[in-house]
Design a protein. Structure first.
Lengths: 365, 247
């Protein structure tokens, strides 16, 4: 342990608390500001450059027609409004969603190394997406890519639940084992479909999708992830105390008055839905759900009352910046998002492993 | 009567672990529950704090069946120091203690005062900002006790609170618990310590409570040889005590 073991030198009552809370509020405001600023930056950067004031003007003009004098071309307007803004908003939603799911799962399975793809849901979504990409939408009764991915995630969710429950109760170890087993099953299934396809182009498309991309973002894809995220985060914010109690241990949570079976089931369904919706719109973006919650805890401690909002905002800003990088470093080619997140994620993760003793991190369960 | 168990049976995976167990804990009493490994004492305790459901019998806290109480209400009446270590998410001592307020409606001022009082009671006020996982074994047990105290219950359950502690920390914790004056049911391993600290003892064997009463009446050589299969011999031996407090 070389890192800080004491988060605050003076533990004296409300003075400490007052300082922590105001620091927390400032941090939330700063992160919300960063989310707006990074989104603004994201819509102005690209193959057709649009100056920041013009980008702002285009959005303002759409929201309140005639509010700003027009200084932009119709092409610029189309690019910003129809492609870049929905994409930037989707980046915020997916980043926040994956990060929050990571934080919740780390408490649910009591392991700091848990991530959103642990429960097999993303493999199910990938399977659905691969079917559409390889066999074509018509083979699946006209399901769109995201609808098929979402259906795949629901299928995986149902199977994991059936495998992991006993008399309606879920235990963390069963959840993880069932999730891992099903992830292998679905990976085998879509690898099989890919092999059958024997089309290099389609396979490349699938690979790109599996590594995560926000390139498909359009306005009509936004409402579902937005609603699921809003409802999910709103619910979780009311549950910060049971989440803390659950992280303390199952029996402890029971003795603290938490209905553990029901709460675990709710969390499992909620996180699976969130992952399913996010993966359906943007593929499987790695590392966001694993590292962002840890970064949030470094900033505000382990209490979920503060961890959840900071994780959501940090995840949103992080994925926005990642997407900007993915679009610009190798333009006009786009990088798959998981490549960029791994670039930041792996060093952070290794640093985290060195900071805490590895034994401690992996034996907890 | 704070705690009243009558004819309690608990079955795990089809095996009867506890059969027709009965015991009582009165207000302010420290009651020990002893018995050989696998006799069902921890299982009985888990049924009291609702981690397990009894297959028969009544477990009443303050006269109400705990398994019929709403979860929160039960948690306002009974607190537990079990053998569970929190997930490794870098919780601070203050955050662990604050978990004790889970069964209550959040109220910053009250919660803070109660938690500060609980930490003070276990002598760890200075450690509030430290990361729980970096504490010593004895300190961890005291923090978990503070969390139980923050629940503000009138009944406390302890599952082998002194295991993994050295002799000095065992004694410190037992003195601390006895001085709380809360009705307490403690599963204990060390018979000498159980006899020294508890007002009354219950002895379990093969799922049944086979004896109960003041320690010197209960721990007879006959009972010990019957339950543990060992001979109890009185010999002058080293006895461990806390050092007198320095002024």
């Amino acid at each position: 342990m070389t890192g800080t073991t004491t988060r605050s030198p003076a533990p004296a009552g409300h003075v400490l608390r007052g300082r922590r809370v105001s620091r927390f509020v400032l941090l939330v405001i700063a992160l919300a500001g960063a989310a707006v600023a990074s989104t603004w930056l994201a819509v102005s950067i690209g193959a057709v450059p649009v100056a920041l004031p013009q980008a702002w003007g285009i959005v303002a003009d759409r929201l309140v027609p005639g509010a700003v004098p027009r200084t932009w071309t119709p092409v610029q307007e189309q690019i910003i409004w129809e492609f870049r803004l929905p994409r930037a908003l989707l980046a915020l939603l997916v980043g926040a969603g994956l990060a929050v799911v990571g934080a919740v799962l780390q408490a649910l399975v009591r392991n700091p190394l848990a991530d959103p793809f642990l429960l097999g849901v993303s493999s199910g979504a990938s399977f659905g997406a691969v079917l559409v990409l390889i066999l074509g939408a018509s083979a699946l009764g006209g399901l769109s890519l995201s609808a098929a991915a979402f259906a795949g995630s629901l299928l995986a969710l149902g199977l994991v639940y059936v495998l992991a429950q006993r008399a309606g109760r879920l235990t963390p170890s069963r959840l993880v084992l069932a999730g891992v087993a099903l992830a292998y099953l679905f990976q085998a299934a879509y690898s099989f479909v890919l092999q059958l396809a024997q089309s290099g182009r389609a396979a490349q498309q699938v690979l790109f999708w599996l590594m995560g991309s926000l390139g498909g973002a359009r306005w009509h894809l936004l409402p579902l992830p937005a609603v699921v995220l809003a409802v999910g985060v709103a619910y979780l914010l009311t549950q910060h105390r049971p989440l803390n109690a659950l992280a303390a241990g199952e029996e402890t949570a029971v003795s603290l008055g938490v209905n553990v079976s029901r709460f675990r089931l709710t969390l499992f369904v909620l996180t699976s839905l969130l992952v399913g919706v996010m993966v359906a719109t943007s593929g499987a973006i790695a590392f966001v759900g694993l590292i962002v919650p840890h970064a949030a805890r470094l900033l505000v401690g382990a209490d979920h009352r503060r961890v959840l909002p900071v994780t959501a905002l940090l995840g949103a800003v992080f994925l926005q910046l990642v997407d900007i990088a993915a679009r610009t470093v190798n333009a006009p080619q786009e990088l798959a998002l998981s490549i960029v997140t791994a670039l930041f994620g792996v060093p952070f993760f290794l640093w985290l492993l060195r900071r805490r003793s590895v034994d401690r991190a992996v034996t907890v369960g | 009567m704070r705690l009243d168990l009558r004819g309690v049976a608990v079955t795990l995976d089809g095996h009867p672990i506890v059969r027709e167990a009965g015991l009582r804990v009165a207000d302010g009493e420290l009651v020990g529950l002893v018995g050989p490994n696998g006799c069902g004492k921890s299982t009985l305790l888990r049924a009291v704090y609702r981690a397990l459901r009894p297959s028969a019998g009544l477990i009443a806290v303050d006269g109400d069946d705990v398994h019929r109480l709403p979860a929160r209400e039960a948690a306002r009446r009974t607190a537990v120091l079990a053998q569970e270590i929190p997930a490794d998410l870098d919780f601070t001592v203050a955050e662990i203690v604050a978990m004790g307020r889970t069964p209550y409606k959040a109220d910053a001022a009250t919660d803070e005062a109660v938690c500060a009082g609980a930490l003070d009671r276990v002598g760890l006020s200075a450690a509030a900002g430290r990361i729980f996982a970096t504490l010593s074994g004895g300190e961890k047990q005291r923090v978990l006790l503070a969390r139980a105290l923050a629940q503000r219950t009138r009944l406390l359950l302890l599952d082998e609170p002194t295991s993994h502690l050295d002799i000095r920390h065992q004694l410190e914790l037992l003195h601390l618990i006895r001085d709380l004056g809360i009705a307490t049911l403690a599963v204990l391993h060390d018979l000498n310590q159980a006899a020294a600290f508890c007002d009354r003892l219950y002895v379990m064997n093969a799922g049944r409570v086979v004896a109960g009463g003041p320690p010197h009446e209960v721990l007879t050589p006959d009972l010990i040889s019957e339950v543990y299969g060992v001979r109890a011999v009185r010999r002058p031996q080293l006895v461990f005590e806390r050092l007198p407090e320095e002024p």
